[in-house]
Design a binder for this molecule. Structure first.
Ligand code: NAP
Length: 297
């Protein structure tokens, strides 16, 4: 049983904190905007009203916020407010579940070590459904010792949990994940618009496609959104665009060409520019419909 501070109770962090509490850990949640801790409290956890109060007495600090500047704000502090690195007891382990830049992650790891704190990057995949079911895929960067220490915590929120290398490696694997997911969604959206143009029954088509090599977790999880044009997030398009920015920068820095990655980045950017930023990333379908002049959103 670990005493866990959980910072960021959004679409992902909320259900992850609940699953940690249900697994027997003692979770104190904090969310910048009040009112998101009710499910955690119902599960037996508690809520604190500041980062300082959350971190007090915790041995593990979990963070699940949107972007690199948000993680930096939480860990390093901002505007005179102390961050986790200043507040946490020496020896505490910080698990950053957020998807952020690998280079920023490595810098944060150095700053953590200066404070005698341990840190892991542990970005996740599996979406809101995986967060709620506790079946996320977790790609972990950091030391093997810290990975072993984190294992009971990670097992409460994930099924596929892999230590992929040193600090930042988890984020680099996550960036590959986001390339594969975006390309899959775009291909599925293009297939659906093509099939509609031929008046093919889309449910039947996806049943048979899903059983062959074209089947995918994206097809299984996103067909309902796409067929019903229900783009309630889920995973917001604006966040996926953030991840594709990390991807294209990482590829450029490594001198690796990712033409499909670059293309889906532009399409995701267009989705946001057309007002779809707050919708689930399966709303890439809108963009294909716009290009085809069919059912423009
Ligand atoms: P979300 O629903 O927007 O939740 C983000 C949470 O972070 C909110 O509770 C928000 O608080 C808090 N927050 C934002 N900026 C903050 C700051 N500067 N300081 C303190 N708290 C801050 O986002 P999400 O979908 O859970 O995504 C979280 C992370 O998981 C992202 O890195 C995302 O890329 C990654 N991810 C998401 C999914 C998915 O399917 N949604 C899947 C895999 C990975 P407020 O309530 O005050 O805004």
């Amino acid at each position: 049983v670990a005493r866990i501070a959980f910072i960021g109770l959004g679409i992902m962090g909320g259900p992850m904190a609940v699953n940690l509490q249900r697994a027997g850990h003692e979770v104190v949640g904090y969310n910048r905007t009040a009112g998101k801790a009710d499910p955690l409290i119902e599960a037996g956890g508690s809520e604190a009203n500041s980062v300082a109060a959350t971190v007090a007495a915790a041995e593990i600090v979990a963070v699940m916020v949107p972007d690199t500047p948000d993680v930096e704000q939480v860990l390093l502090g901002d505007d005179g407010q102390p961050g986790v690195f200043e507040l946490a007891e020496p020896g505490s382990l910080v698990i950053d579940f957020s998807t952020i830049r690998p280079d920023a992650t490595r810098r944060l790891a150095k700053l953590a070590a200066d404070k005698n704190l341990q840190i892991l990057d542990a970005p996740v995949s599996g979406g809101q459904a995986g967060a709620e079911a506790g079946t996320l895929s977790i790609m972990v960067g950091g030391s093997a010792h810290d990975f072993d220490r984190a294992r009971p915590v990670l097992q409460a929120v994930g099924h596929t949990i892999v230590h992929v290398g040193d600090h930042g490696a988890g984020q680099t694997v996550k960036t590959a994940n986001q390339l594969i997911v975006a390309a899959n969604i775009e291909a599925l959206a293009e297939a659906l618009v093509l099939l509609s143009a031929y008046d093919i029954d889309l449910d039947s088509a996806l049943d048979v496609l899903g059983g062959g090599l074209a089947g995918s977790a994206v097809l299984t999880q996103k067909r309902g959104n796409m067929l019903g044009h229900d783009f309630t997030p889920g995973f917001r398009t604006a966040l996926h665009l953030k991840d594709l920015g990390i991807l294209t920068a990482a590829a450029r820095a490594a001198g690796v060409a990712i033409p499909v990655g670059a293309l889906v980045t532009e399409l995701m950017s267009s989705a946001k520019a057309n007002g779809d930023g707050a919708l689930d990333h399966s709303a890439l379908l809108h963009g294909v419909e716009r290009l085809a002049g069919r059912h423009p959103a």
